[in-house]
Design a protein around this ligand. Structure first.
Ligand SMILES: [Ca+2]
Length: 348
């Protein structure tokens, strides 16, 4: 009996040691986001990141994209409050793309990146938590330079903040451990049509010049384009599993995303930023191909379009190779996502 107890204790100690080893080196990440409250994908992606011990969020940087900078910042502060994670600092970034000015098309189609309206109150009211005085670009520079080779940037909005950091701090690209980007659509792989124009994806289209600077910078990149997003399928059945538990996050999801499923039982949505975060947590969830990827910055019919190919082509000199995701183990991904997002949130 005593031997069994000792063996059991040793096994427990070994398991704890292994668990400790597995969690010993989480990815230190900067979470760069054009945030929007649920049902926006950035909010789901942040919930997943907050509940993943493989990731340590050093700070959140906001950028104009889905919504204005002010709205995105107000919403992300509120989500951190709901999630009981107000210790994570939030830094306000670029409120406009580098060059792209909003024309009539931008104003009547998807996205409020151009808006200068004051932020509306998030679900449950404005957070007590405030953003930091330091700007997002300086935070990115300071953080990467103080820990060279250790910081991963997860960029799930237009790449304006990252491009500005690279421009202001020569040599920064070599000090970033990894850059995970949700952006682009690659026509050379299946499911590569755009979602903003026939060929351009939203994040890259909002700030094509920034995307081109970042993609050509020499940073090690994992690209999560629309090709892989389109392998996801968030049906009502999965949604009901997601909101089955009772937590502050699932209550928020039920209230803000539930009506879409109630109005149409066949409603389904893709996941975008969630997959970028998930692929960092567990790279085996996605299949990638190494391609050169570049962005068209000519102000004409293909503005903001990303193009990928296995070898360089005329005009793409200076483009770099990166891992381009295109296949997804959807069922394994969504089961992980649901289990993590619906985990209990400790009371404050
Ligand atoms: Ca986003």
């Amino acid at each position: 009996m005593r031997c069994r107890l000792i063996a059991g204790t040793q096994a427990a100690v070994l398991m704890l040691a292994l668990a400790g080893w597995a969690l010993a080196e989480p990815h230190k990440i900067i979470f760069d986001t054009d945030f929007g409250m649920i049902p926006q994908d950035d909010a789901y992606a942040l919930m997943l990141a907050l509940h993943s011990p493989e990731l340590e969020i050093l700070g959140i940087t906001t950028v104009a994209g889905n919504f204005s900078l002010e709205q995105g910042t107000a919403d992300v502060l509120r989500l951190l409050e709901i999630g009981g994670r107000t210790e994570i600092p939030v830094y306000r970034g670029a409120n406009m793309p580098l060059i792209h000015e909003a024309g009539a098309f931008a104003r009547k189609t998807y996205g409020y990146w151009w808006s200068d309206a004051p932020a509306s109150a998030p679900w449950g009211g404005f957070a007590k938590k405030q953003s930091e005085d330091l700007g997002a670009v300086q935070f990115i520079i300071n953080t990467v330079e103080s820990q060279p080779g250790e910081v991963t940037i997860v960029a799930i909005g237009p790449l304006t903040n990252v491009a500005m950091a690279l421009r202001h701090a020569p040599g920064l690209a070599e000090k970033v451990k990894l850059l995970v980007i949700m952006g682009g659509a690659v026509a050379g792989l299946p499911d590569g049509a755009g979602n903003m124009t026939p060929a351009a994806e939203f994040n890259f289209w909002v700030d094509p010049e920034a995307a081109k600077i970042v993609l050509r910078s020499g940073i090690s990149i994992m690209l999560s384009p629309l090709n892989v997003s389109r392998k996801s399928n968030m049906t009502r059945s999965w949604f009901e599993k997601l909101v089955a538990a009772e937590t502050p996050f699932t209550r928020l999801i039920r209230e803000l995303a539930g009506p879409q499923y109630e109005a149409d039982p066949n409603w389904t949505v893709h996941m975008y930023d969630q997959i970028a975060v998930g692929s960092l947590i567990d790279p085996s969830l996605v299949t990638s191909t190494e391609l050169y990827v570049d962005v068209d910055t000519n102000h004409d019919i293909s503005y903001g379009t990303s193009i990928g190919g296995p070898t360089l082509w005329p005009g793409a000199e200076g483009a770099q190779k990166m891992a381009v995701q295109h296949e997804l183990d959807w069922e394994r991904f969504i089961r992980m996502f649901i289990e993590r997002v619906s985990r209990p949130i400790p009371s404050p």
